[in-house]
Write a protein that binds this ligand. Sequence first.
Ligand code: CP
Length: 320
Amino acid sequence: MSHDAPGLRPHAAAVDPSRHLIGLHDMPRERMLALLDRAQHFADGHDNRAALAGIAVCTLFFEPSTRTRLSFQLAAQRLGADVLNFDASTSSTSKGETARDTLKTIEAMGVHGFIVRAREDGAVAALAAEANPGTALINAGDGRSAHPTQGLLDMLTLRQAKGPDFPQLKVLIVGDVKHSRVARSDLHALRTLGTGEIRVCGPQALLPDDDTLRGCTVSHDFDAALEGVDVLMMLRLQRERMEEGRVSSLDDYHRDYGLTTERLARAAADAVVMHPGPMNRGVEITDEVADGPRSLVLRQVGNGVAVRMAVLEALLGHPR
Ligand code: CP
């Protein structure tokens, strides 16, 4: 079940990227690499328990989540923060309180970090524009716009698996790119890191018709698009954001765009498979591939904690 973030209007104005993390579109390459290096340090088992000592953060989620919410909680706890979890379904938003008033109320308790997931595009930037000067907001996914920490953890996972030479890589993103905030953040990050070739494949109705795919090789033929790719990024059909009729049947979708072991054989011999989760097994990916030796799905989940530690430390750590 989803919950609106009441009173939040989409907001296109830029917010200070040194205070907030809204998306990866404006993140310089040096900052991205520094965050990935720091995340790798945490992934290697180092910690920094004093970084957020005395700081309180709140997960403010207006849409469901398993991975993002829990890994942010764990990351904040590992940095020494106090963590509050806001549950939209049992909060005073159900009595009409706006998201802005919710933010202001929790800020008044002395909370300085907010990890926000919202259904509407631009809603996290809108909320960031309302925040006090000492507050940091991190976008944990807004509509179809951005999911920056997922983009960063995907780049960390890819770098671990394939090394840092992104210009040598052929990456294929498959499926419902139109409704995917993950794909948009991955595309920004892949371009920033200089990926050699970015291919995108899916049915016409599930590919964006704006400039999201600029510079990508676009195809509707999955078998052809697979030839020689090093990395496959599979996407779920995001039916919660989809108009009726965009997909005729799940069986047809699986036949045309489902990743099977047979299909995977068309990719490079050492190709790896990524998926941000949650997976719809039997639709975009079979059990055999999802649980197979080429799958990085659980490595992505583990890296989520390390990347979120790096982001929280950078935005909220001492000294600020
Ligand atoms: N990848 C991702 O955002 O998963 P959750 O919706 O479970 O957080």
